[in-house]
Each structure stands twice: as C-alpha cells, then as structure tokens.
Write a protein that binds this ligand. Structure first.
Ligand code: NAP
Length: 289
C-alpha cells in the first residue's frame, strides 16, 4: 500500500497574530510619542450585509491594535461624484492616516474613479494605480493587502521564488494582477490565467507555486498540483470553500494554505500594518517608506 503524503499547512492565523501584535506595539509607540493614535477611515456605500460585516471586523481589529477608525456610511444612492468628493476630503484630512473603501461599491459606481481619489500616502489597502505601479516596479509603497499577505506567508515559510514557475489564477486589479507583480519582483517566472485561458490544468501542472484567486469552489484539482508545489488558496466561497480542492491537493502539495485560516487573516494584518506605517510617515516618527 502506498503512503499518503500530506502537505504542511501554512498557518496564516498564527502569522497574522504575530504581525498584529507587532503592529499594536508600533501603534502604541506612535501614540505615546505624538499624542495621536493612527486612524483608519472606512467608507462603505450601501448596506450589503457581507460588506458591512467585513468593515465591522476590520474596525474591531483596528481597535484591538490601538488604531482608531472613523466610519463613513453612505447611502446606496450615492453617486460616483459624491463618493469621489468624500474620499478626496478624507485624503486631505490630517486626522486620517489611512483610507479603506470597501468594495464592491455597486454597479452604478465607477470604482476606479473612486479608488483614484485616495491619496497615495493614505492608500493602505493598496488599490490605487500609484500603488500598483509601485508594486510593478518593485518600488517602496503600499501593497494590495491580500497579495501582500500572500508574500508574507511565502517569506515566513522560506519559499524560494527565484527561477520558480508561479501560476496565478485570476487577474483582478486588487488580487491576481498585483500578486503576479509581487512574485515577478521576487524573480519568479509568472504566468497569469483567467476565464479565457485554454487548458488551465496543463498550466497549473507545471507550477512550483500556485496562487488561486478566482472565487470558484474547488476549480483547481488536486491531480493538477505538481508534487511538492506550494499552493496558496486565496479564493473564498460561502461555506469556507476555497478555489482549490483541498482534500486532494493536500496529498500532492509540499505547502498549502487552509481555508479558512490561511490567506484571509493575513489580509487584515497587512491592512493594519500599513495603516500604522502610513501614520508613522505622516506624523514624522519614522523614515518615509
Ligand atoms: P474577481 O474580481 O471576480 O476576479 C476573479 C478572477 O478569476 C478574474 O480574473 C476571472 O477572469 C478569473 N476567473 C473566473 N473564472 C475563471 C475560470 N473558470 N478559470 C480561470 N480564471 C477564472 O475576484 P477577486 O476580487 O479577485 O477575488 C477572487 C477570490 O478571492 C474570491 O473568492 C474572493 O472572495 C477572494 N478574496 C479573498 C480575500 C481574502 O482576504 N482572503 C480578499 C479578496 C478576495 P477574467 O478576468 O477573465 O474575468
């Protein structure tokens, strides 16, 4: 009888907790030194229950880390121009250090126009074109939180990326695309896959590192995972289901993220960390980054 291999699980919850503890210590230091606590503004358009829950969760984590938050809830009827005005005002408000626009904002909003109203130095969610360019040029700046969290996980598990084949499935502006750029900056050979990709299985089979960022339950089959590959499952569908068929992938991968407890907690940790960095930059307590 052949032995069943089991991949090592990448503990996003544990790593995120350590990052949040370090972030809380830095936030306290800033508050002691300047008398001002780091402040994140959260903006939510409409009353989508899932979005409202995400914002509540992020604000609760902020509070635990010594970051204050200011919430702006806008009606579902808000126009793009009104949203842009709100974000521009927050961008100019010296009491706000970071801005998070919860998205999706609704089909009637030009989300790109809204994101671009966030000042780059307050773009702690890494959603502006400025931040994307910084990620693409491997320059200092704020990273998109989920891709940033993925990179921190890879680093924590000493995953060598130089010269490795990384396959990113999904190409959204806040997840797939920046994830690929960050992997490229670490000298991985990156392939992007998306809904028009032919023969996804064949491409995934060649990957040393797979980043699944689609939102389709169990799209990536275990049989397509190269033995020993690193599998990062950023996908999330109701019922705690990822984009990777975990039960079969775990028998072939070397390292794999669980869902939940993998990428999810890392996203919030990076958001908090970047908010505190933004505050430090703006309050002049650290070198600008
Ligand atoms: P999105 O904007 O809907 O993008 C999905 C991407 O998947 C698109 O690029 C799409 O291709 C591609 N795709 C769709 N069907 C495909 C298929 N059959 N084969 C290959 N590619 C396919 O979603 P997103 O915002 O990037 O989020 C993706 C997933 O990550 C979701 O499950 C979301 O819940 C999760 N997520 C998790 C976190 C976290 O903190 N853990 C944060 C953000 C998102 P096209 O470009 O061709 O349409």
């Amino acid at each position: 009888m052949s032995e069943t291999r089991t991949a090592q699980l990448m503990d996003g919850s544990g790593l995120a907790q350590r990052i949040v503890e370090e972030t809380a210590a830095r936030a306290a230091e800033i508050t002691d030194r300047t008398g001002v606590a780091p402040c994140l503004a959260t903006v939510l358009v409409g009353e989508d229950p899932a979005s409202a829950t995400y914002v509540r969760m992020k604000r609760a984590r902020c509070a635990k880390a010594g970051i204050t938050s200011r919430h702006i809830g806008l009606p579902a009827t808000t126009t793009t121009a009104e949203l842009v005005d709100t974000l521009a005002e927050l961008s100019g408000d010296p009491d706000v250090h970071g801005i998070l626009l919860q998205h999706p904002c609704g089909p009637h909003i030009d989300e790109r126009a809204a994101f671009e109203a966030i000042a780059p130095e307050k773009d702690v969610d890494g959603v502006t074109m400025h931040s994307f360019a910084a990620m693409s040029f491997a320059r200092p700046g704020f990273v998109s939180c989920t891709p940033g969290g993925i990179m921190r996980l890879l680093e924590a598990y000493d995953v060598e990326l130089a010269g490795k084949r990384a396959v990113v499935v999904g190409r959204s502006a806040i997840l797939g695309k920046p994830a690929g750029m960050l992997l490229l900056a670490k000298d991985a050979t990156v392939t992007y896959c998306h809904s028009r990709t032919d023969d996804l299985s064949a491409i995934v089979r060649e990957a040393d590192v797979v980043v699944a960022a689609v939102g389709r339950p169990r799209l990536i089959l275990g049989e397509d995972i190269k033995p020993g590959a690193v599998v990062i499952d950023a996908g999330y569908s109701p019922g705690n289901v990822g984009d990777v068929d975990h039960d079969t992938a775990v028998t072939r991968a070397g390292l794999i993220t669980p869902v939940p407890g993998g990428v999810g907690p890392m996203t919030i940790a990076v958001l908090l960390e970047q908010t505190v960095r933004a505050a430090a930059n703006q309050l002049g307590t650290r070198h600008h980054v």
